[in-house]
Design a protein around this ligand. Structure first.
Ligand code: GLU
Length: 489
């Protein structure tokens, strides 16, 4: 749990550099956003730098739209990089240069095994029921015997003896025996670098000191260290980073997070669900990390408290209801002007073209306490801009009995005579009327609400009257009261 003390990663003199390295093959999903958040927080906590790298080497699957969505989602969450992002594909030549240095130093070799040969060997191992481990005869071949006219891949010479232990900041110490590592490919036969090589070279060149990423990359870390240590032996200056592999996010039912659980793009949280970035930020922060029982944690507080060693080792569960509750909290905290700005386009899109920001902002204090997200806020605000005759919900319709409609007629008459259209004047007048009729105020407020908003729930009735103003209020009351007059005549 949270200790509040400085992390072990800060003990060196080197400034902390973290990075978030998404592959732009899909949207920025919620797990990726949390990885970005932890990288950002760790860097901020230690006064370091947080970088972005777009891992766009998979040319077939990387798209500009995904890159845009990633930048967009990150800026929305306040997690844009501290420097210009690095694009991995653009650095292919540098990656190939490192592969060449490894080849020249005898730390890598050209492997001419064909895919057919590899498949045969794999099948043979399967038939003999032993695990397949590549043992290329090219590993120790003299470079002078390398054919120049045949296709080859470049493989790293992985160590065969000994073991490597990673002191993972989240998972603890993990050891892998070197005999379990194979001579994996670093350059493909078309000369393009593999992901394994590109990550190591980029992290080193970007000065990354702490690699914080999903725990699906743990096995890669051991292979990446093979490249790193080989380069360090060749030219020095390729230090091991500190690793922190954070667990995946699961759905509320414990299953791997899927669309059904909310594994959507960050844009869906913003656009479709109408959540505020500070709520998503706070929620992601608490997903697998905590500080005592604190639920509401500001950015500054998070920076002060966060440490990667306090991240839980077990998978965390995504809980949509919790996220919505947090969002309700942040809605109530948010400035009315800002909320009006956010809700306005939703109303316009819903057909309320005359929706007015100033009126929305004035209504916001009353509206936001009744909503958990921007959609509910827009729904709650819609009555302000509805055109007469208002559409009534079924419940509102039921409320407007003949008796209720005749009371509306009376209210219309009395309210028309008011010299001042203020909260106090309206309240005094309606309370006096209720007393005279020997009715509870609710008996007047309910039909009034139905007539003014078309609904049975809304902000306080006097607020509604003031927000709509005298003319619109009276017109809406009249529209419902007059029905009564007709049916009674
Ligand atoms: N591009 C990888 C991914 O999106 C991350 C690689 C890394 O963080 O080292 O899963």
């Amino acid at each position: 749990m949270a200790s509040g003390s400085a992390s072990s990663g800060s003990s060196g003199t080197k400034a902390v550099v973290t990075r978030f390295a998404p592959s732009p093959t899909g949207f920025l999903h919620i797990g990726g956003a949390r990885t970005a958040l932890f990288n950002w927080l760790y860097a901020r906590h230690h006064g370091g730098t947080y970088l972005l790298r777009i891992e766009d080497t998979d040319r077939a699957r990387s798209t500009d739209a995904a890159i845009e969505a990633i930048f967009d989602g990150l800026s929305w969450l306040g997690l844009a990089g501290d420097e210009e992002p690095v694009f991995q594909f653009a650095r292919s030549e540098r990656h190939a240069e490192v592969a060449k240095a490894l080849l020249d130093a005898g730390q890598a070799y050209r492997c001419y095994l064909t895919s057919e040969q590899l498949a045969e060997r794999r099948q043979k191992a399967q038939e003999e029921r032993r695990p397949f481990r590549l043992d290329s005869e090219w590993r120790d071949a003299d470079p002078t015997t390398w054919p120049e006219d045949q296709p080859y891949v470049v493989r790293i010479k992985a160590p065969r003896d000994g073991e490597t232990t990673i002191d993972d900041q989240v998972q603890g110490a993990i050891t892998v025996q070197h005999r379990e590592l194979d001579d994996f490919v670093i350059l493909r036969s078309d000369g393009t670098p593999t992901y394994m090589l590109a990550v190591v070279v980029d992290d080193r060149d970007m000065g990354v000191t702490h690699v914080i990423r999903g725990d699906d990359h743990i096995n890669n870390a051991f292979r990446q260290l093979v490249i790193l240590r080989a380069m360090d032996a060749i030219e020095g200056g390729w230090p091991d980073p500190v690793y922190a592999h954070i667990p995946l996010i699961h759905g509320a039912d414990g299953a791997k997070l899927s669309k059904r659980h909310g594994a959507l793009g960050v844009d869906a949280y913003r656009d479709e669900m109408g959540l505020l970035p500070e709520a998503v930020f706070n929620y992601l922060l608490r997903l697998g990390w905590g500080h005592g029982d604190e639920e509401i944690i500001s950015r500054d507080q998070a920076i002060e408290w966060f440490d990667i060693t306090d991240v839980n080792k077990g998978a965390s569960r995504f809980d949509m209801a919790k996220l919505q509750n947090l969002n309700g909290h942040y809605l109530r905290e948010a400035a009315d002007e800002r909320l009006a700005e956010l809700v306005l386009p939703r109303l316009t899109a819903a057909g309320y073209e005359d929706a007015d920001k100033a009126l929305l902002a004035r209504a916001m204090a009353e509206l936001k306490v009744r909503a958990k997200d921007l959609n509910e806020l827009a729904e709650g605000a819609a009555f302000l801009f509805a055109k007469r005759p208002l559409a009534l919900t079924e419940k509102a319709q039921k409320l407007l009995t003949d008796e209720a409609r005749s009371r509306l007629a009376t209210m219309h008459e009395r309210l028309s005579g008011l010299s001042e259209w203020t909260l106090e004047a309206l309240e005094d007048n309606l309370k006096a009327m209720a007393a005279e009729l020997e009715l509870g105020l609710g008996k007047l407020a309910q039909p009034l609400r139905a007539a003014l908003t078309g609904q049975t729930t809304s902000p306080g009735i006097f607020d509604v009257l003031v927000l709509l103003g005298r003319d619109e209020s009276l017109a809406r009351i009249h529209a419902q009261a007059s029905v009564s007059a007709e049916t009674q005549s």
